[in-house]
Design a protein around this ligand. Structure first.
Ligand SMILES: [Zn+2]
Length: 255
């Protein structure tokens, strides 16, 4: 404690100046947070689009496979019809050489059976052809959708590159500014600031008194405590959330 105090004395900084520095430090850190949040969402959007395009391409690939299978199935049904036709011709020829009616009737039944087979094949071909048409249409609309999404993706990627480029400079400038302010305050305050900020949900270690309440947790602050804060004679933390409290006037003073 004594060591920290002597160091603070050496820096010859009043409590008011320290409070002001803490407030400024918080402002800069909040700006850095904002940049990181802004940039933080774009890569996610780009990632989502990349996933979507990939999913659509997989679906299109599956559709191509289904189209091929249907074409194969139609071809195989056509071959079955050809075979059935050949059998019918063969049975009809055999009917000219039968020895009795029983053999003739037996061949007639075979012919009848092959004719039914042909009908069935034709029915299947009709079904497969309709399905094929659907799949082809679906494939076409998938292709259009993929093109659209790819265009979106390209635009987002460009946006991301631009924002990264723009914000990088600003972020570096802010980090430099933050370091500069941080170095003006005593080490124990630096540590306290970092610890409070790390634990605070919104990254706020220093907050102003707003409408008689803590600007971090919104709990009411008693009038006497508010006067202590406004007097800027000592560093006061919120008894509920532990954030450093400053009066709302402190922020507007150098603007
Ligand atoms: Zn609080």
């Amino acid at each position: 404690m004594a060591k920290a105090d002597s160091k603070a004395n050496a820096q010859e900084m009043t409590v008011e100046e320290r409070l002001k520095a803490l407030y400024d430090l918080q402002s800069v850190e909040s700006s850095i947070d904002k940049i990181r949040t802004l940039r933080g969402e774009l890569p996610l959007e780009v990632q989502d689009l990349e996933d979507e395009v990939e999913g659509l391409e997989t679906r299109l690939g599956n559709l191509d496979g289904e189209v091929k299978n249907l074409n194969d199935a139609i071809l195989s049904k056509k071959n079955e019809i050809k075979e059935a036709d050949l059998l019918i011709k063969k049975y009809e020829a055999q009917q000219g050489n039968v020895r009795n009616n029983r053999e003739f009737d037996s061949l007639s039944k075979e012919i009848e059976f092959q004719k039914l087979e042909i009908e069935l094949c034709e029915k299947r071909i009709k079904e497969f052809t309709a399905e094929l048409k659907n799949k082809k249409e679906l494939g076409e609309s998938s292709k259009t959708l993929i093109e659209d999404r790819k265009a979106d993706l390209e635009a987002k990627q460009k946006e991301l590159e631009e924002i990264v480029g723009e914000t990088q400079v600003e972020e570096e400038r802010l980090i430099e500014k933050s370091d500069k302010i941080l170095n003006t305050i005593p080490e124990r305050l630096q540590v306290a600031f970092k610890r409070i900020r790390k634990n605070a949900r919104n990254g706020l270690a220093v907050v102003t008194v707003e409408r008689d309440a803590c600007g971090g947790c919104f709990n009411k602050i008693p009038p006497q405590r508010q006067m202590d804060i406004a007097s800027r004679k000592k560093i006061i933390v919120c008894e509920y959330c532990g954030r450093i409290l400053v009066d709302s006037a402190i922020g507007g003073e150098d603007e």
